[in-house]
Design a protein around this ligand. Structure first.
Ligand SMILES: [Zn+2]
Length: 374
């Protein structure tokens, strides 16, 4: 009899623990409501912008006629990997004074862009439609691929990490370098995550290589990082399409490279840059995603400060006033506890900042946190 009671108690305890873990997995149903309590959004939660629409917006900007008085179009598409939407409060609504220092917007790329006339910050979302045909993992490869190709993974081929994109759906960096938008732009895609180049975008690496004098090499996840970087550099040197893939070692190396890319007249100067900072994702996996993790916030502030420096370098270009710059800062997914990939609101909810503001034609309709069902 006693044994039975012990067993029954054990079952109840295990069941209760499993339930609490399960609830943890499914996230907080109030997360969306909490985000909406932040006063800085330029669209409503049910108008959250699907990631592919952001890619389409970049294409539309490049396709539109040049504005009066402008001599050239430029794009800075800046990624903060795994940056949750609620992290933004750390630069947009921080107390003005902390220990005598004004911290609001101090060295913040996001706050800096939002200072532009017409600029805005918008709800966006990753993951497609939960339970729908276009559902995809809230992971790095599918997130950035939806943003750069302008279609969800069900079309571009990347619905999870470890998958390869199809060349039928090119990134806007490759399309622009091929002159698809009326002008041939010099473009770059820079990142410190090897999978982008050996797997997700291997189609575009090969596309450029076929138009170079570099012999084909089979790259894989096991390839030596230095070999990957050297291979990509060699292709960029001799390909007939002015696009480069740049594999860097970390955020500092990425930052240095992007600074060189926006230096007017510099050897590495590009018209369109896409670079991904990893501070948030890296620290999120290390100690947890979210505002209760000091390291996560620190990772965010660090990358946002680097972005600030990058923006100052852009503004310092002698021709800046006559150039038409589209500046977009966004993320590929959120995160919960120390992971992401699932369909919780914490993982699906993203954001996008744009110096020109975003036309409501790109907004979602009837978005309920899991899809556009309105
Ligand atoms: Zn990511």
């Amino acid at each position: 009899m006693k044994k039975r009671i012990v067993l029954a108690t054990a079952i109840v305890v295990v069941a209760a623990l499993s339930l609490s873990l399960l609830v943890g997995c499914y996230g907080d149903k109030d997360y969306f409501k909490d985000l909406d309590s932040y006063g800085f959004w330029s669209n409503a939660p049910d108008e959250a912008i699907a990631q592919p629409k952001i890619g389409q917006m970049v294409r539309d900007f490049l396709s539109a006629p040049l504005s009066d008085g402008k001599t050239a179009k430029k794009v800075a598409f800046i990624g903060y990997d795994g940056c949750r939407a609620d992290a933004l409060i750390n630069v947009l609504d921080a107390p003005e004074e902390v220990d005598g220092d004004n911290v609001t917007g101090l060295y913040s790329g996001i706050a800096d862009v939002l200072g532009d006339d017409g600029a805005g910050i918008y709800y966006a979302y990753a993951g497609g439609t939960k339970g729908g045909d276009d559902e995809q993992h809230t992971s790095t490869a599918p997130g950035w691929a939806a943003l750069t190709t302008g279609v969800w993974g069900v079309q571009n081929g990347i619905t999870d990490n470890g998958m390869a994109k199809s060349i039928e759906h090119k990134t806007f960096m490759l399309e622009a370098a091929e002159g698809e938008y009326g002008t041939v732009y010099r473009t770059t895609f820079a990142a410190s995550w090897k999978e982008h180049f050996v797997q997700s975008y291997a189609d575009e690496v090969e596309y450029l290589r076929e138009r170079s004098d570099v012999p084909e090499q089979q790259l894989s996840a096991d390839s030596d990082p230095d070999d990957v970087a050297a291979y990509l550099d060699a292709i960029a040197e001799s390909t007939s399409i002015p696009m480069s893939h740049k594999f860097v070692s970390d955020d500092e190396a990425l930052h240095e490279y992007l600074l060189a890319c926006v230096q007017e007249g510099g050897e590495q100067e590009c018209d369109i840059i896409f670079g991904i900072y990893e501070g948030t994702d890296h620290n999120g996996h290390g100690t947890g995603f979210g505002n209760d993790n000091y390291k996560y916030i620190k990772g965010f502030r660090n990358e946002d400060a680097m972005c600030y420096q990058l923006l100052q370098a852009i503004y310092a270009r002698p021709s800046f006033e006559s150039e038409d710059w589209l500046i977009v800062i966004t993320t590929d997914h959120g995160g919960i506890e120390t992971w992401h990939g699932g369909q919780t609101l914490e993982e699906r909810s993203t954001w996008v900042v744009c110096n020109k503001g975003i036309d409501p034609e790109y907004f979602g309709s009837g978005y309920d946190g899991y899809g556009e069902r309105g």
